[in-house]
Write a protein that binds this ligand. Structure first.
Ligand SMILES: NC(=O)c1ccc[n+]([C@@H]2O[C@H](COP(=O)([O-])OP(=O)(O)OC[C@H]3O[C@@H](n4cnc5c(N)ncnc54)[C@H](O)[C@@H]3O)[C@@H](O)[C@H]2O)c1
Length: 262
């Protein structure tokens, strides 16, 4: 697909695997330079090599912890030195817990808010000055449909993700005059390692028989009768990164097989 941004530089944070990597594949195939940053620096480098080999794109893999503004700024400066000015920044970095709120505590909340809310704040704050100066930019943050409708056992994750939605809408109002769009992609259940790790925990707790019933119950909640694949979400990210999306800003795009229709 022609996204109209050939030769431009895209940074995907939390891009070593999962949804971020799926978006990277689409944008690299279209001729973008793609940097993958992740707290797991080795995985980011390995994924960047794999992406360069499969697409022929210029890529870079870097270590950065999204919770640390200085690390995020230094990482962005290194990407720009290597691959050129950032046109598109996507934040996919996240952690997940599976706990009743009553069983959770301040350490759980802090870890979640640090990654899933301060993380996007750091990313947006670091990306804005360069994009404003160049009068062009696309920023895409990942939230979750749990932020739109609430979800048991994901309370503080959902709360942090709801914060991302408010953050993106608000900054979109400030940055539009500088040619910068900010949007949120809000996935439903998607078959990535993040989800697989949580599901394995549930299977271990519930036992195989109960877990098999849970899988069927979940599928019935999806009108399309399947959960998402990373490329389903990656395609929405790539569209919002494209030239064609220049008049879309401050929006939340649920990509969820019809799970929620807010
Ligand atoms: N998979 C789903 O079902 C689902 C559903 C709703 C929303 N989402 C959201 O989509 C996004 C991508 O999810 P995914 O399923 O691809 O997850 P994933 O775990 O496969 O990928 C997330 C990446 O973020 C990295 N990361 C974690 N903490 C980090 C930090 N502090 N700094 C930098 N990188 C860090 C991880 O190492 C990992 O490579 C996340 O924001 C997630 O909340 C996923």
């Amino acid at each position: 697909m022609d996204y109209g941004i050939k030769g431009q530089t895209v940074l995907i944070i939390g891009g070593a695997r999962g949804i971020g990597y799926a978006a990277a594949e689409l944008l690299a195939a279209d001729g973008c330079n793609v940097a993958l940053a992740d707290i797991n620096g080795e995985a980011a480098k390995a994924s960047a090599h794999k992406l360069a080999a499969s697409s022929g794109a210029r890529t870079a893999g870097l270590k950065a912890d999204v919770t640390d503004l200085e690390q995020v700024k230094a990482m962005m400066a290194a990407v720009e030195k290597d691959l050129g000015p950032l046109s598109v920044v996507v934040n996919c970095a996240a952690v997940l817990d599976d706990k009743l709120f009553a069983d959770s505590g301040p350490a759980d909340w802090k870890r979640m808010v640090d990654v899933c809310l301060y993380g996007p704040m750091n990313v947006i704050h670091a990306a804005l000055p360069g994009m404003s100066a160049r009068k062009y930019g696309r920023i895409i943050c990942l939230a979750s449909d749990s932020a739109r409708i609430g979800q048991a056992r994901l309370s503080y994750y959902a709360a942090a993700k709801a914060g991302v939605i408010a953050l993106v809408k608000s900054v979109a109002q400030e940055a539009g005059k500088d040619g910068i769009t900010l949007n949120v992609v809000s996935p439903g259940a998607t078959n990535t390692e993040l989800r697989q790790e949580r599901e394995e925990g549930m299977r271990a707790q519930m036992g195989d028989e109960k877990y098999a019933k849970r899988v069927q119950t979940v599928l019935k909640m999806y009108p399309t009768r399947r959960i998402g694949e990373p490329v389903d979400i990656g395609a929405a990210i790539a569209f919002l990164a494209s030239r064609n999306a220049s008049w879309i800003t401050g929006q939340v795009l649920s990509v969820n097989g019809g799970f929620v229709m807010p």
